[in-house]
Design a protein around this ligand. Sequence first.
Ligand code: SAM
Length: 330
Amino acid sequence: MPFHHVPVMTREVLHYLKPGQGHVFVDGTLGGSGHARAILERLPPDGVFIGIDWDREAIAHAQQALKPYAHRMHLFHGNFTQLPDCLRRLNVPAVDGILLDLGVSLQQLEYAGKGFSFNKDEPLDMRMDERTSLKAEDLVNELPENALADLFKTFGEERWAKKIAKSVVRARARRRIQSSLELARLVSRAVPMKRPVSRRIHPATRVFMALRIAVNRELENLRIFLDRAVDVLNPSGRLCILSFHSLEDRMVKTRFRGMADPCICPPGFPRCTCRRKPTLHILTKKPVRPTEEEVRANPMARSARMRVAVRLGTDASKDDEKSVKMEAHA
Ligand SMILES: C[S@@+](CC[C@H](N)C(=O)[O-])C[C@H]1O[C@@H](n2cnc3c(N)ncnc32)[C@H](O)[C@@H]1O
């Protein structure tokens, strides 16, 4: 399968992750290895790179594409939620930078043959890791109508969720829906068309995204990862997350804030009595967005939002915090 993914916001990722400064860097979503290569090119010769992806093809591709760096690289076929296990196996207690570039890669969309794209006639599978059992076809054919509508509404933010769910249920009563094109056509017929086709995203975009998120438990994985990542970051280590969905971005924002300001004293309390200490300092108060130039060159970057935070010292002293803040403004 060809791999020609153009990595999103590489310049910004490198700016914040600063791979030259640390020794151990993790890319939890290797995909087409675009970010991985950029990080490896900047990593000092004694630096170590750890790459994870739960798509077997992405790992096989990385083994070839990153061959010149094989002596200082470790690749894992697995879920990024398993990062602490990977580190234990390598005897690495903590790392200096972690990148997640969430979602689906271009090669998965175009060449995986798993029904990620509404433009192709493929089996409705959508599993990024074929070791998991639930397929998109199971959800489409077996979820009750209101659960399907909820799924399209919540994960896809689809305005016509109920209408689409109704059409799906009517169609599947005749025969099982098995292909991506069949589903895409069904969705297109169910939603009212107002704007000319050229000015709209494909009517099935949101439904396909919702199914992919549900099949791969993408929000659940992100939540587990955020709970674990900070414990495996060295002081001053950076956590950089690129998301493409508002629910993901909101989860990153809320979790970062919770770790940057963990105080649980009631609002208006004159003095903190809970004595919880911050573990993170947020470097991006607002999410960083791709430049217009990048979006023109690579429309897949359109909805990207990047948030970055830095791990404070283990006792999170005020001095640590101050120096990190100064660096953030430099
Ligand atoms: C947008 S692509 C990454 C592209 C990559 N940064 C590049 O430069 O080519 C997302 C990748 O993350 C992987 N992925 C998504 N969720 C994952 C998870 N929970 N654990 C491991 N890999 C995951 C997908 O299989 C896909 O290859």
